[in-house]
Write a protein of this length. Structure first.
Ligand code: FEO
Length: 401
């Protein structure tokens, strides 16, 4: 895509990535893609805000060169050091050797450790202003959104907030960059949530701190470094991020995630009975086969919903590994304070339930109920499973409260 002017003399530059399979080497994006957005301000002083991954480097620098002579770049603002935003840094240094790098004190340390860059780096303070001529930039320290060095940059005339990871999402751009150019924002909202839970959610407190800190800053455009630029409804993505961040410690939706695995269909047969019980009560339910679904797609459901129904057989005395691994990742991502029930089949001795308790105890998930059976479930077992599902659904709906 060519550079796009988002306000007079302020340009979106960036690259769409539709060929990386795993974001951070971890999270699948082969279907959805991702964009690395950066910005160019062509004032008397010329500034680039953030860069891109070392990917399609020619395309990235050609976009800039169409507007300004690269060697005339005065400033490179680094809001965040993660290499999806700095991968082309060393190339930029060669093309624009006179550009001063601006960032936080932590950024200066990381520039040396990641890229061996120490020269022509200037630390900017929280709230500091920088005149580019007609336009002024202001820098806001927003640590841990997503790394400790992170800051946001605000352009004061057109009230554009360059927020880097904050308010970003997965999803390559589809030939347009603004929210109002998409008739259906559902895809980007869903992928923003998945991105939030995969990447940022562990830092939900810093996210809330950043939103509060910037609450009185008038913003017309939210320009993140992944996904859409929000110019029609900038408040929408802020409110969504706030809601997702508040889920970390506050009340979540009275809904259930059912995560299961099954070796020979016995736990799956019970899963269907349990799901029937839950759905019969009318509580919204999402079902994931942990062996066949990457945890990236399971985490948003776990994050937003109050109830977790775990269905897993005992496997060599432990919880069926794909289910255990998904729950361990949820614990790593600090998915806290869930209500849980567990069912599953075992052959000769249990162990799954004990293992589940070990996984969920550190993240304060409360086990409300469990139901294990031997081998293949009988008709009677399936009836009990349906009742078990219904009982749990009523607890999640807080019927007893
Ligand atoms: Fe998009 Fe934390 O990097």
């Amino acid at each position: 895509m060519p550079a796009i002017e988002i306000k007079p003399d302020i340009y979106w530059i960036g690259v769409n990535d539709r060929t990386t399979d795993l974001f951070e080497g971890l999270w699948p994006i082969e279907q959805e893609g991702v964009s690395y957005n950066a910005y160019l301000i062509n004032d008397q002083k010329k500034a680039i805000v953030d860069l891109a991954k070392a990917f399609k480097t020619d395309e990235f620098f050609d976009q800039i060169a169409e507007i300004v002579d690269l060697s005339k770049i005065d400033y490179l603002v680094i809001n965040h050091m993660e290499p999806d935003h700095t991968g082309v840094l060393r190339t930029l240094r060669k093309l624009a050797p006179g550009a001063t790098i601006l960032g936080s004190a932590k950024t200066r340390e990381m520039l040396e450790s990641f890229y061996g860059v120490t020269a022509n780096v200037r630390v900017v303070e929280d709230g500091e202003m920088l005149s580019l001529g007609r336009r002024t930039l202001q820098f806001f320290s927003t640590p841990f959104v997503h790394w400790p060095e992170t800051m946001m940059t605000y352009e004061t005339t057109h009230r554009v907030l360059f927020s880097c990871d904050a308010f970003g999402g997965y999803g390559a751009l589809r030939g347009a960059i603004f929210d109002d150019e998409y008739a259906d924002l559902g895809f980007y909202q869903k992928e923003s949530l998945r991105y939030y839970v995969n990447i940022v959610a562990k830092f939900s407190k810093p996210v809330l701190r950043a939103i509060e800190k910037l609450a009185d800053v008038p913003v017309d455009i939210i320009a993140p470094s992944h996904g859409l630029i929000w110019r029609e409804r900038p408040q929408l993505i802020v409110e969504l991020y706030q809601k997702w961040a508040e889920y970390a410690t506050g009340e979540t939706e009275a809904e259930i995630t059912l995560i299961y695995g099954s070796m020979y269909g016995n736990t799956e047969a019970m899963m269907n009975a349990v799901a029937q019980g839950i759905s019969g009560v009318g509580v919204p339910l999402e079902i994931f086969d942990a062996a066949r679904t990457d945890v990236s797609y399971i985490l948003p459901s776990l994050w937003t919903r109050a109830g977790v129904m775990v269905g897993a057989p005992t496997y060599e005395g432990t919880l069926f590994p794909p289910v255990a691994q998904a729950l361990e990742m949820a614990a790593l991502k600090r998915v806290l304070n869930k209500k849980v029930a567990m069912f599953g089949s075992y052959g000769w001795s249990g162990g799954a339930l004990k293992h589940l308790k070990e996984i969920i105890e550190p993240v304060k998930w409360e086990l409300l109920d469990s139901f294990e059976f031997t081998g293949r479930p009988t008709e009677g077992d399936l009836e009990k499973g349906e009742e078990f599902g219904a009982r749990f659904a009523k607890m999640i709906r807080r019927d007893e409260g």
